[in-house]
Design a protein around this ligand. Structure first.
Ligand code: GTP
Ligand code: MG
Length: 148
């Protein structure tokens, strides 16, 4: 099944937005298969954002991600990667539509509350990085009410 790695970043945890963010994915109908509050080791943050390692903001980005605990999650469902990106909104919160997480809660690109995988391949890669212990598959009794 398709999975996306979604993370409430340290600013979202500090601001008490964890419940709201989880609710949006739950109410959409995606299935939670991984969840933990986690103080990120620096090497994990560096590996997660390695595609951005040549950017001028990379150092600050890694410092931000390790600045406090994150809520690491894996959500499962058909189309979850692209849908999660829509629920999250544009990278720059001032450009993000109201109704998206970033559009509702953030103003700066360097404090944009939440992460979502940008491809199916990265959903798998990031899940393996953040959940080396594996995720939990389970049967959702609600499935007939969500899927034709
Ligand atoms: P993520 O879901 O966190 O990966 O964000 P994204 O996919 O919308 O954006 P991208 O992967 O391009 O950038 C990763 C993160 O780097 C962003 O979420 C921002 O927190 C940060 N970032 C991106 N561009 C800038 C920038 O120009 N300045 C600063 N300070 N941070 C940036
Ligand atoms: Mg990204």
């Amino acid at each position: 099944a398709e999975i996306s790695y979604v993370m409430v970043k340290p600013d979202g945890v500090q601001r008490g937005l964890v419940g709201d963010i989880i609710s949006r994915f739950e109410r959409k109908g995606f299935k939670l298969v991984g969840l933990k509050l986690y103080q990120t080791p620096k090497d994990v943050a560096e590996e997660h954002y390695k595609e951005l390692s040549s950017k001028p903001f990379y150092g600050k980005l890694v410092e931000y991600i390790v600045s406090g605990p994150v809520v690491a999650m894996v959500w499962e469902g058909a189309g979850v990667v692209a849908s999660a990106r829509k629920i999250i909104g544009a990278t720059n919160p001032l450009a993000a539509e109201p109704g998206t997480i970033r559009g509702d809660f953030a103003i700066e690109v360097g404090r944009n509350i939440v992460h979502g995988s940008d491809s199916v391949e990265n959903g798998e890669r990031e899940t393996a990085l953040w959940f080396p212990e594996g995720v939990q598959s389970w049967d959702q009794t609600m499935t007939p009410w969500l899927k034709e």
